[in-house]
Design a protein around this ligand. Structure first.
Ligand code: ARG
Length: 249
């Protein structure tokens, strides 16, 4: 009897190991930071990450015959998680920069973005351009390209784990401005039912988003670029763009 149980247990363990192996082969573990609507945010109800980026990576994976497991984590934890192989890749509106490209590989760019600055409408006369903020506190998300730009402008930077926290700080007058990716700022303004916020006219251009892939995984990088090309060709990419931005690319 005892023997029977042990062999059943052994069999069971075997099955788990086997399942573990096959799981790792056809599921991509994709990191994101879901406070960045409309690119990635938590869907009310399901509590699952949703958004433009999530649709893009799922469409690419489907094209290449993979499944996707989306793992939500802090933005500044994404690259470390790839370095320690906790995730295979990340999609999170990540700007391709030479600095980051030393640590991770990037897919072909999939979105052209830029940065903008939001202030309280009540401060409109005080801050007309970004340089007017040179001695003011600017709020940003930790580890982002905005964090770097804000530092160059003012040196007085409030760094938050999430974008909504940075906006909350602005709302409660804890900082004078929020610097962030422009499409996310515009989405925020469109969702806010008030004229309490305005965007400064200067836009810092030249940010391209790429899907980051852990170094030493050329097959995955190749599959992602190939899937991206296919969804551009078969119209899926345009569909996803229309769904989230209401206009074709
Ligand atoms: N594009 C900016 C960067 O790469 C901000 C990205 C923030 N993404 C996010 N999912 N919170 O630094």
């Amino acid at each position: 009897m005892f023997k029977k149980i042990t062999s059943a247990a052994a069999l069971c363990a075997c099955a788990v190991v086997f399942m573990g192996t096959s799981y790792a082969q056809d599921v991509w573990r994709i990191g994101t930071e879901a406070t960045f609507a409309p690119f990635e945010f938590m869907e009310q109800g399901s509590g699952e990450p949703t958004g433009y980026d999530i649709d893009i990576i799922k469409a690419i994976a489907k094209e290449e015959g993979y499944k996707v497991e989306v793992i939500n984590m802090p933005f500044d934890g994404l690259i470390p998680a790839m370095l320690t192989s906790q995730i295979d890749a990340a999609i999170a509106g990540i700007t391709i920069t030479p600095e980051r490209a030393k640590k991770v590989d990037f897919s072909e760019p999939y979105y052209n973005s830029g940065l903008s600055t939001i202030i309280l409408a009540s401060n409109q006369d005080k801050y007309k351009k970004v340089s007017d903020l040179s001695s003011s506190r600017i709020c940003v998300q930790i580890g982002t390209t905005s964090a770097k730009s804000a530092q160059e402008i003012s040196g007085k930077v409030g760094a938050f784990n999430t974008v909504p926290e940075a906006f909350m700080e602005l709302k409660t007058h804890g900082c004078e401005a929020v610097m962030n990716d422009r499409p996310v700022n515009l989405y925020f303004l469109s969702k806010m039912d008030s004229n309490d916020y305005v965007e400064l006219p200067e836009i810092l251009d030249g940010q391209q988003y790429g899907i980051a892939v852990g170094k030493g995984n050329p097959e995955m990088l190749k599959a992602i670029n190939s899937g991206l090309k296919k969804i551009r060709e078969n119209g899926t990419f345009t569909e996803i763009h229309k769904k989230w931005f209401k206009v074709a690319e």
